[in-house]
Structures are given as structure tokens and as C-alpha cells.
Design a protein around this ligand. Structure first.
Ligand SMILES: Cc1cc2nc3c(=O)[nH]c(=O)nc-3n(C[C@H](O)[C@H](O)[C@H](O)COP(=O)(O)O)c2cc1C
Length: 204
């Protein structure tokens, strides 16, 4: 069984899906993992909507792409450059091509609702990876419009849409900063790895 580190290192964003179906059981298992995530005051503010109905998926895609077209008409600067370099545009075919969409909502007014919900999303990503499933953390430019297309109640805020399916190809591994670039030990000069990984911490 792969370790958490192995799953985290192996996972990559998937935007193209094979035509294969997925087991709803695997998706539910990932959401089961998510409900064990920590949350502010244990408020468990995450709510999930699984969508498999092609008509609902098409409605969600239409709402999402309308928002993206508005976004792309006004985006500028470094973000625009990055989006273009990645070949991104307002079309989001994965919203219909993926066999399953998982819409992740946070309950408005719950303590640390957004932070807690995104922690749960991290759990989902690793659990999907364990099941050999791919996804993209698609954050719509107009989340309220997508939530409305999904018929969501007013007290739920759409955080992310996770199209889930079998990856069509290998996907591309994105570069990561090294541990020494993102972690310091006790002060801001000492890289964490300077002591090696075997050093004892804490008492005794
Ligand atoms: C908060 C967040 C929002 C993201 N929004 C989008 C998005 O709207 N569309 C998209 O295609 N990818 C989105 N991504 C995926 C990132 O582009 C991707 O994780 C990043 O480029 C690193 O690639 P990797 O996941 O393959 O390692 C998002 C990721 C995160 C964590």
C-alpha cells in the first residue's frame, strides 16, 4: 500500500479523461476520507454533491464557461501569461467528459469554513489517487452561477468542482520547490534538511 508521501508525490492534475466509467464506491470512499478531516470547532462545514447525470453536467458546464468567458475577457498581467503558457481558455470540456463531478461546498457562517473545507479537499485528492482516479481542482470564475446551475441551497458556497475519472494519459509532473526552499528550522537561515532526517525532536 503506498504511503501518504508516495501518493502525494505521484498525484498530478488530470484534465483529460479516458472514456472509462468509475466505481461510485471509490468516489464515496474518497468522500468518506474527507469527512474525517479536522475542522474549525469540529463544524464539519463541507458538503458534497456528486453529479453523474449528463444533463446536469451540461448545465454546470454552460454556467461555468459563461463565467470563464467573462473572466478571460478581463484577466491581465502575470496570471494571463501563465494561463496562456498552460494553454488554458474558457472551454472546460472536462466538466462533461469526466464520468463524475464532485461539487464541494462550504457552509456559510461555520467557523473556519473555507479552510476546513479545503483541508477535506486535500484528503479527497489523495484518496482518489490511491484508487487510481484523477481529478482537477477546478475553481470556477463565477462559483455562484455554477452553484445555482447545480440547484445548491443558498447557505452553501461552492469552493471547487472535482471532475473525477480515469486519466487519459500520463499527465505532466509539475515542478516543486525543494524542502529546503520552503522550510527553515528555528530561524530563517537554517534549512530543515541541514540536520538530516534522523534528528530527534521534542523531549526525551
Ligand atoms: C486552489 C486551487 C485552484 C485551482 N484552480 C484550477 C482551475 O480553476 N483550473 C485548473 O485547470 N486547475 C486548477 N488548479 C490546479 C493547479 O493548476 C495545479 O494543481 C498546479 O498547476 C500544479 O499541478 P499538479 O496538481 O499537477 O501538481 C487549482 C489548484 C488549486 C490548489
Amino acid at each position: 500500500m503506498p504511503s501518504v508521501l508516495e501518493l502525494a508525490a505521484r498525484r498530478r492534475t488530470v484534465r483529460e479523461f479516458s472514456g472509462e466509467g468509475v466505481s461510485l464506491g471509490d468516489v464515496l470512499k474518497a468522500l468518506d476520507a474527507a469527512r474525517h478531516a479536522p475542522s474549525g470547532a469540529n463544524s464539519q462545514p463541507w458538503r458534497f454533491l456528486i453529479v453523474t447525470d449528463p444533463e446536469v453536467k451540461a448545465r454546470i458546464r454552460r454556467a461555468a464557461e459563461e463565467g470563464e468567458r467573462r473572466f478571460y475577457s478581463r484577466v491581465s498581467g502575470g496570471l494571463r501569461e501563465w494561463l496562456l503558457s498552460m494553454g488554458f481558455g474558457p472551454e472546460k470540456p472536462f466538466l462533461e467528459e469526466a464520468p463524475v463531478l464532485v461539487l464541494v461546498f462550504s457552509k456559510s457562517g461555520a467557523p473556519y469554513s473555507i479552510q476546513s473545507t479545503w483541508l477535506a479537499v486535500g484528503y479527497i485528492l489523495l484518496a482518489l489517487e490511491e484508487a487510481g482516479l484523477g481529478t482537477v481542482t477546478y475553481t470556477p470564475s463565477d462559483p455562484a452561477a455554477v452553484a445555482a446551475a447545480a440547484g445548491a441551497p443558498d447557505d452553501l458556497i461552492l469552493q471547487v468542482v472535482l471532475p473525477v475519472g480515469r486519466p487519459a494519459g500520463e499527465g505532466r509532473q509539475r515542478p516543486r520547490l525543494g524542502l529546503d526552499e520552503v522550510c527553515r528550522l528555528n530561524d530563517w537561515e537554517t534549512p530543515c534538511a541541514a540536520r538530516g532526517s534522523g534528528w530527534p525532536v521534542g523531549r526525551g
